[in-house]
Design a protein around this ligand. Structure first.
Ligand SMILES: [Cu+2]
Length: 104
């Protein structure tokens, strides 16, 4: 029984909150110059993935913060950190706006 220690060890780590639960991926579709859904709520450690269906590039840009470039017909993603609750927009099309709420 070489691996008899594994289960109790994992159980102990889980109990101690040291093994993160599996993070989710939340998808935001970009189609015809709009983020959909416009507002998403994720947990810290979750990934937001943008799927760009348009034939031109977009960005998810946070003023004074991070920016994700989403090339045409491609996807791009970012892992959200605690404190990342933000309004974002597209640098090329400032009328495109979205919001991400990050809960702990
Ligand atoms: Cu754009």
């Amino acid at each position: 029984m070489r691996f008899a220690w594994v289960l109790p060890t994992v159980a102990a780590l889980l109990a101690a909150g040291m093994v993160p639960v599996l993070a989710d991926t939340v998808t935001v579709t970009i189609d015809k110059l709009a983020f959909s859904p416009k507002e998403v709520s994720v947990k810290a450690g979750d990934t937001v993935e943008w799927v760009n269906k348009d034939a031109f590039a977009h960005t998810a840009t946070v003023k004074g913060g991070w920016e994700v470039m989403i090339p045409p017909k491609k996807t791009a993603s970012r892992v959200m950190q605690a404190g990342d609750t933000v309004e974002y927009f597209c640098r090329f099309h400032p009328n495109m706006k979205g919001r991400i709420t990050v809960t702990p």
